[in-house]
Design a protein around this ligand. Structure first.
Ligand SMILES: C[S@@+](CC[C@H](N)C(=O)[O-])C[C@H]1O[C@@H](n2cnc3c(N)ncnc32)[C@H](O)[C@@H]1O
Length: 247
């Protein structure tokens, strides 16, 4: 029996569709029930905006996402005053999640929006040593604003950090997400934000793992100088949290 190319293509397509269907049914039955009880309750009570539900669905690092959410909820419950800030925004993925968790907070977004700077890259070892000034440069302010889809509380602070923060020395912060990958900006971020953190406020530093030696060093050195202990969150890349003491 002779099989034509058309038949081969046909059978391949049917096989492909069958695999997709089985995968779909498998996920439906065996998909791990990863959502925390508090999130499910808030969802069932209609307290979560549709956009936040969609962001959660597509957010790859669920532990990171829910850690953000629990912190934002805690800050709201404890009425911790101050703005949100993110150092290291890139295309706005984590900023989008944080903004829609509390759209009423002023949210400062610090980034060069054109990638890393040579003066920061010069010291790096490990994974970051493979970075160039072109890494993470495929972004711009309009792209970030349209990704976030936020309100007037999104306050873009373009430029090299810490210089880009000089006009904000009087500001107070409730939540700061530092995700700048390198030693210099991580150190500068901790030094700038910690003294301006409200009691009960939180700093999160992403990428606290062996691949990012600069981040490890900046965090470890800084934590020796403050009374608070750091807590490591087991999200994909490791996040360190420092909650400013209330006393
Ligand atoms: C890993 S990306 C941030 C990813 C983002 N938080 C997310 O989860 O989608 C790191 C960003 O830090 C920024 N960055 C690093 N050093 C900086 C500095 N000294 N000043 C401003 N931005 C800096 C880079 O431009 C890059 O966009």
């Amino acid at each position: 029996m002779k099989i034509t190319v058309f038949q081969v293509l046909n059978y391949s397509l049917i096989l492909f569709a069958a695999v997709l269907f089985i995968r779909y049914i498998w996920d439906l039955i065996f998909n791990p029930d990863y959502q925390p009880a508090a999130w499910k309750e808030a969802k069932n009570k209609g307290k979560l905006a549709g956009i936040l539900l969609r962001i959660e669905k597509n957010y790859r690092d669920k532990v990171r996402f829910f850690n953000f959410w629990f912190q934002v909820e805690r800050l709201r419950k404890e009425q911790v005053p101050g703005a949100f800030a993110e150092l290291g925004v890139y295309q706005g993925e984590s900023a989008r999640a944080l903004h829609h968790m509390d759209p009423d907070r002023r949210f400062y977004l610090f980034d060069t929006f054109e990638g890393f700077k040579d003066q920061d890259l010069a010291f790096e070892k490990g994974e970051a040593a493979s970075y160039t000034p072109g890494s993470f440069a495929d972004t711009n302010i309009n792209k970030v604003l349209s990704t976030i889809g936020g309100n007037r509380n999104i306050l873009i602070q373009p430029g090299y950090f810490p210089q880009s923060a000089l006009k904000l020395v009087q500001e107070r912060f409730a939540l700061v997400n530092i995700d700048a990958d390198l030693y210099n900006p991580t150190k500068a971020g901790l030094e700038f934000f910690y003294p301006r953190l409200s009691p009960g406020g939180v700093i999160l530093v992403h990428d606290y793992n062996y691949k990012w030696e600069g981040v490890l060093k900046a965090v470890d050195d800084f934590c020796k100088t403050i009374p608070e202990a750091m807590v490591i969150i087991p999200d994909r890349e490791g996040t360190v949290m420092i909650i400013r003491s209330k006393f």
